[in-house]
Design a protein around this ligand. Sequence first.
Ligand code: ADP
Length: 597
Amino acid sequence: MDNTFGINIIPENDEERIAALNRYKILDTPPEGAFDNVARLATQIFKVPISLISLVDAENVYFKANIGMSNTRVTSRGVSLCSLAVLKPEVTVFENAFTEPCLLTNPNVAGQFGLKFYAGAPITTHDGFLIGTLCIIDKSPREFDSHQREILQSLAEIVMDEIELRLSAIEEIEKQQAYIEEAAATYEELLTSNEELELSQQQVSALNEELAATNQEIANANKELLVTNNELTETQERLLLLNTQLADSQELKNIAIEQAKLGIWYIDAVTRQFMPSCRLKEFFGYNTDEVMPYDATVEQIRDDYRNKVVNEVNAAIKQGKTYDLEYPIIQFRTQQLRWVRATGKLNPALNGRDSYFSGTVMDITEQKKDDQRKNDFIGMVSHELKTPLTSLSAYIQMLLGKAQHNKDSFTVGALEKARRQVQKMTTMINGFLNVSRLESGKIHIDRQHFNMKDLVKDAEDEAIATNMTHHIVFKPVEPTFVKADHNKIGHVINNFISNAVKYSPVGSTINVACVTVNGSAQVSVTDQGIGIKPDDMARLFERYYRVENNSTQSISGFGIGLYLCAEIIERHNGSIWVESEWGIGSTFYFSIPLAAN
Ligand code: ADP
């Protein structure tokens, strides 16, 4: 700030004074009618060209009203005479500026403006701060008496009242503004709350819908539960009924076991604990209150059957197979021989119960004795028949020789037929003799080392000599060595071939093959005959079993051929089986182990 007055123009309390001025929020604001009116009134009262309402700030002096000094709104504090007028509470008067030493360098006085007269009454706040002036200015010197000073002072007080009023109005407006802003904010908050409320309401209604759906689901689930409950009740009732039926059938089974005089036994598959019934103990010669150990029981099986029984039982336990065996046992203490038929099977674990092995044993000693008597009889009859048949065969042979010598073709033909019939009969009787020998354990396996190729060749020669009706094809055989009963294995092959001839139409083809499969010699005979139904296939190898139907009715036989074959193959540790299709044809197989090198 450039001070043109050469004296101090800043009062001691200037800082507080400026703070008081700022309190009125009037500094550097546009002109207002009320202030202009007071200034204009001053020019009229004092008949001066210029009147100002000034506000003295730290650096500048602002004119709130300006009458007569063009549009000047602000001027420097160091130039304005009002800066001097705020230094004392009385009216400051310069009647002739030219005579005032402090104004001589002031541009308003010395300059073109040509200020000569100045009178300024301070505008004083209620707490005593001189914040500005109401001043009048003239460009010619004039006198200014005390009365005029009072008037000017009064006008300055009016200005101060106006400033106070203005501040109250501003504060009121600000208050209102604050209220309005607060109300707007509250309204805004309300709007937000409303929106939130609406959202919550939507969520509540969505939840309500979900709740309703859940309720419906629960109701449905309840219905299903009810149905399940009913079903459970029904199942329970059925179970009760089944339980009763089970108890009844258990009772019936017990009666049947009792009636059939069956011994029963039970082995726990896990603990291997053996539990025989009282009757079973009787069969083996034990008292009912005695312990019958499993191992001792096995020892009571006759030597020649023991291994077979143990193997079958083990296979049944391991593979869950059912077994059905007939074998002789030696009774404990009495050492008597008894025959039993034993069946057994593995019952799988169920409902927390361990798996167990159980079965029945029937005393078939009497039946075996009957069979034996029958066998003995068949053996005896066959033997007796064989002697006359042998002589008959010899006589026929002799007569045949003679007739051939005499070239008696009719007799040769007739004797040839007789010879074939005797041959057939001999085969049949031999069959019976073999069965009887087999049953009484008299059949003997005479193992020799031989080549299956030669044996098949023998069968081929025999077939060529005896078969006039079928086309028998022998597939080439590789050298195949076995250690077996030459005659009996030959008998099995011939039996297969003669059955193929018997059970297939005249003129059809029969294929015979011998190959090596998995370390065994496997022989097969395939025909295009009547075939066998699955049910019959399983029983073909039983003694005296014959298929009874229209196709087999007219074919003679006793059902012992395949039985003998099976027994022979079994004694060679081999396998025998059939594959067949009813009406298409059959293939009979057997296999025996190859000879060790
Ligand atoms: P059989 O003296 O009755 O021929 P087998 O023991 O040789 O006695 O045969 C038992 C049964 O097997 C026969 O009665 C027959 O029904 C059936 N069978 C055997 N071989 C054949 C075959 N090649 N084709 C059809 N059925 C056969």
